[in-house]
Design a protein around this ligand. Structure first.
Ligand code: G3H
Ligand code: 13P
Ligand code: ZN
Length: 332
């Protein structure tokens, strides 16, 4: 059993308080390997941003729980070595069972998400409360994120064809009954790099898909019911057109990619939205750069020569997000 405090990590409680009152969101970047972790820490130290290192259950199986725990410890020390000890959270993304949450907490996670969004309301309340009771009774207080409403797209092993927006009428009761520290809501974001079907979108003159706008009316309604309560947005990659173009130019195949426009995320970050989840953009950035290196130098077979440039591109992307989209730069 390892407490996250031994690893030098933080839970989300104080960080979210500051983010809500300060009108910015903390980046939650998914990772499962060394280069992603290097890019995240370098970008967040350079922009002086707090950071949530986010691990899905699939990523945990892929990378190994022992390695991840020690990578998180290493990330804290690496930030110090780079000259600025930004707060680092290790968070379970889309936890699907009480047992998985407990296992993560015992292995040094400082925050977990229990995703009961696909269950009935009462079952979601019961499961989320069970996780909160356990996590909050720990001497080190592990923070818990719950979810109400369903995002379209793939949520780890849970996939959904259609989204169901969060019903504002449910949030107050959910927060009160469960004791969650933050709430993920569905207001029109979606997981993956093809967030909407082309028929749900309009197009610009040069054929680029424009998604339906986020439902800020629902967000406002939710904020009225639970003023100042920390809100989380999943599925918040912007899917930059440059990366799709690069991937296609250098031999990849991708169709109908579309993400959430940066201005809408910026607007959300100024509200009670204090955590914004980004995974797909990082995948696209790395893939685009690796394809470019291979296309330009087909003889390359030293992984550092293609993973290095991919890592640098990822760092650039995250610095941009912290500065221009989330507003978290300079907050640590
Ligand atoms: O929301 C899902 C995240 O992007 C994690 O994806 O389950 O493929 O690691 P993953
Ligand atoms: P994206 O697929 O939009 O990056 O969303 C990631 C996410 O929500 C992780 O929980
Ligand atoms: Zn998600």
């Amino acid at each position: 059993m390892t407490s996250y405090k031994e690893l030098g990590l933080s839970n989300t409680v104080e960080l979210f308080k500051k983010a809500v009152s300060g009108g910015y969101a903390i980046p939650a970047y998914n990772f499962n390997n060394l280069e992603q972790l290097q890019a995240i820490i370098q970008a967040c130290v350079e922009t002086k941003s707090p950071v949530i290192l986010q691990v899905s259950s699939g990523a945990r199986k892929y990378a190994n729980a022992n390695l991840l725990r020690n990578m998180a410890r290493g990330a804290v020390e690496y930030a110090k070595e780079l000259g600025h000890a930004v707060p680092v959270v290790l968070h379970l993304d889309h936890g699907d069972s009480f047992e998985l949450c407990v296992d993560c907490i015992e292995n040094g996670f400082s925050s977990v998400m229990i995703d009961g969004s696909h269950l009935s309301y009462d079952e979601n309340v019961a499961l989320t409360k069970k996780v909160c009771d356990y996590a909050h009774s720990r001497p080190d207080y592990v923070s818990v994120e719950g979810e109400l409403g369903v995002l379209a797209g793939v949520e780890d092993d849970v996939s959904s064809e259609h989204s169901h927006y969060t019903q504002p009428g449910e949030v107050e009761d959910f927060v009160k009954k469960t004791g969650v520290d933050s709430l993920a809501i569905s207001i029109g974001t979606s997981h993956g790099a093809m967030k909407f079907k082309p028929e749900q979108c309009t197009r610009t003159a040069d054929g680029i898909l424009v998604p339906p706008p986020l439902r800020f009316d629902i967000l406002e309604e939710i904020e009225k019911r639970i003023p100042g309560f920390p809100i989380v947005l999943h599925g918040s990659s912007s899917v930059p057109v440059e990366y799709t173009k690069m991937i296609l130019e250098f031999g990849g195949k991708l169709k109908d990619t579309v993400g959430i426009p940066e201005e809408q995320l910026r607007k959300a970050a100024k509200s009670a939205v204090c955590k914004i989840n980004i995974d797909s953009d990082g995948r696209l950035a790395m893939t685009a750069m690796i394809r470019k290196v291979f296309a330009q130098n087909p003889g390359e077979f030293d992984p550092r020569k293609y993973l290095g440039p991919a890592r640098d591109e990822l760092k650039k992307l995250y610095m941009h997000k912290n500065r221009e989209v989330l507003g978290s730069a300079g907050k640590a």
